[in-house]
Design a protein around this ligand. Sequence first.
Ligand code: NI
Length: 182
Amino acid sequence: MTLTISKDSPCLFITAVANHRLPVFRTDAIKLITCRAIDEARTSCGFLLFAYVIMPDHLHVITDRPREPSVVLQFLKGIISRRVLGYLREKNFQSSLQKLQHDDWKRKHRYSLWQHDSDVFSITSETAFMQKVNYIHQNPVRAGLVKQAEEYLWSSVRFWRKCPREDEPLKMDIEKIVWRRS
Ligand code: NI
């Protein structure tokens, strides 16, 4: 399965923000759990993954569009939420959980990892695609977490610069893209 980025086969630029913009993803342990959850969502939903960054309070990913954007989003946010909340419960991190609690106690789930307003944006050209890839990789630099994008462990930057580490937390499907322009 390969992909040519176009209006007929767009990619999705997805942003998911933590509830109340809490720095839920601050620790390496939770970033690793999140990477594994993204990988699990990729397999369950059947999307390709082209770029990502995990910031302390939000994340961005670029996927292809094998299903409706809302379905891709549901898989991604659902699985990450289950894994991260599961970890917080297992470790008995009550203060973190309390901050993620719903005001509305009648809802089915007691805690909510995500803010309701998530962003899904269709990418229909290679130019727009590369702009988003670069935007994603510059997140940690703009936030002052690192000087060079490559220094940040939790992004796909090294795959795009063709210098992946052996212990990359998440593998990309970049080789599945067939470029129209080289
Ligand atoms: Ni961002």
